[in-house]
Ligand binder design. Structure first.
Ligand SMILES: Cc1cc2nc3c(=O)[nH]c(=O)nc-3n(C[C@H](O)[C@H](O)[C@H](O)COP(=O)(O)OP(=O)(O)OC[C@H]3O[C@@H](n4cnc5c(N)ncnc54)[C@H](O)[C@@H]3O)c2cc1C
Length: 412
């Protein structure tokens, strides 16, 4: 009979590596089984290569409220391994100096995600089995006996499943961890792309690809009912929109699309009421009264979008500004306050930052991350049915659940 490890961790991403580091620190004999040649392939690309480790949000309630879907489940993990504990762990155990940036985003001082991986694997590199996928489990009643791979079976007293979601499958997380969990009886809430750009019906969008909008308000409408709205930054892509606002409301847009048509309404001037904006437009029209309409909007809008506005306003682009009538001006003001786009669909898994859905939280003990169905199975990271907005919130799930799964062994 082969060796029996204390803990086998399946998946060497953020959650699996954190769990492994902590298991090792606690004296457990571990093995990390990772399908890629090297662990942490997704971690390298986080935060545009800088890794936004967490969000400097120390109020537990406020923190949890950011996770709109199943946030309460995280109370167990976030209260036992807090944001402060996370920063402390990075600074004092992993020796990564951190800094806080705009939006309370915490980054390594070095601005280099690779440093995070090196720090995480420093003491466990000998315990990682790369280029190996776990294909199935061998069971004995309600216990997993071994993880089966093409390289043989690996036995352990317990197993931590940290195989991630389905997003960015090129990094190794193709969702097959769900099948592993399902094979031992767990329920999978249908995984869907989240934090993902959208594709719009309007073909002219490609003309303004790359245009970013600052300080706009975007509302999501279905049958003229406002579903949600956000203020901040957005960006036009080749086929649709991306940027912080869109990414953060993308799952809500996706859910609404399953029910019917969805429109976005961009308010280009959210700080101004319609009346005040109308005054402002009148002032501009006075200033440019001798110009053609197409040359009168540069104080109001970024230049690349002006031709689109001119066309959608249905005002003759060559018309002298002085000749524009009140109705036409009102049409322009309406466009500035309520610029409509029709959403076609969300982008696919290859562009989704995280996965909505995953292992049903009802089947996981929130204070230990232990499976309620299998006696020696634990979960960590993105594969659990919970996700947060951008800003470091998703990695915090990985750190807290990874640590909790690691420490739960001691408590048994
Ligand atoms: C472009 C991008 C940028 C991001 N930036 C940030 C950010 O700055 N801050 C933030 O908080 N979040 C960010 N996220 C989200 C965050 O990266 C993820 O939520 C997090 O990395 C998930 O970690 P995980 O360990 O759960 O899963 P993963 O990192 O996906 O790791 C799972 C690992 O399991 C392995 N695996 C899968 N199946 C098997 C198997 N059967 N056998 C063996 N191994 C297997 C995979 O190869 C993979 O290495 C970003 C995501 C993306 C895509």
């Amino acid at each position: 009979m082969g060796k029996i490890y204390d803990t086998i961790i399946i998946g060497g991403g953020a959650a699996g590596l954190m769990a492994a580091v902590e298991c090792k620190r606690l004296g457990q004999e571990i093995l990390v089984i990772e399908r890629n040649p090297r662990p942490g392939k997704k971690l390298v690309i986080t935060g545009k290569g800088r890794c936004n480790i967490t969000n400097f949000n120390h109020d537990l309630r406020a923190l949890i409220s950011k996770y709109q879907h199943n946030g309460k489940f995280l109370y167990g993990a976030f209260s036992r391994f807090t944001v402060a504990d996370t920063i402390n762990y990075f600074e004092n155990i992993l020796h990564i100096k951190t800094k806080v940036e705009r939006g309370k985003r915490v980054f390594p001082k070095s601005n280099n995600a690779v440093d995070i991986i090196y720090a995480l694997i420093e003491n466990i590199s000998e315990d990682i089995l790369p280029n190996t996928s776990v294909l199935s489990f061998k069971m004995d009643g309600k216990e997993i006996v071994s993880a089966v791979t093409y390289k043989g079976e690996f036995r352990a007293k317990r197993f931590i499943l940290a195989t991630g979601g389905k997003s960015y499958p090129i990094t190794g997380s193709n969702g097959d961890g769900y099948s592993l969990a399902q094979s031992v009886g767990h329920t999978i809430v249908e995984p869907k792309p989240a934090l993902v750009p959208i594709i719009c019906k309007e073909r002219w969008i490609k003309k303004i690809e790359g245009l970013s909008l600052l300080n706009v308000n975007i509302g999501v409408f279905q049958k003229e009912k406002l579903l949600t709205e956000r203020f901040g930054e957005a960006l036009f892509t080749h086929e649709g929109m991306s940027g912080p606002i869109i990414i953060d409301i993308s799952r809500q847009i996706g859910d609404a699309l399953e029910r019917g048509e969805v429109q976005l309404s961009i308010d280009f001037k959210p700080a101004l009421s319609k009346e005040v904006l109308d005054k402002r437009v009148r002032a501009d029209f006075h200033k440019y009264r001798l110009k053609a309409f197409k040359n009168s909007l540069k104080d109001l809008l970024p230049s690349s979008i002006i031709p689109i506005f001119v066309e959608l306003s249905k005002i003759d682009k060559e018309k002298k500004v002085a000749e524009i009538c009140k109705e036409e001006r009102e049409r322009l003001v309406n466009l500035l306050k309520d610029f409509r786009l029709s959403v076609l669909k969300l982008e696919d898994w290859d562009k989704a930052i995280v996965t909505a859905g995953g292992i049903d939280i009802k089947e996981i003990e929130p204070t230990t991350m232990k499976s309620k169905l299998i006696d020696n199975l634990y979960f960590a990271g993105e594969m659990i049915d919970v996700y947060g907005p951008t800003g470091g919130y998703n990695l915090q799930i990985c750190w807290s659940t990874g640590i909790l799964a690691a420490r739960s062994y001691e408590n048994e």
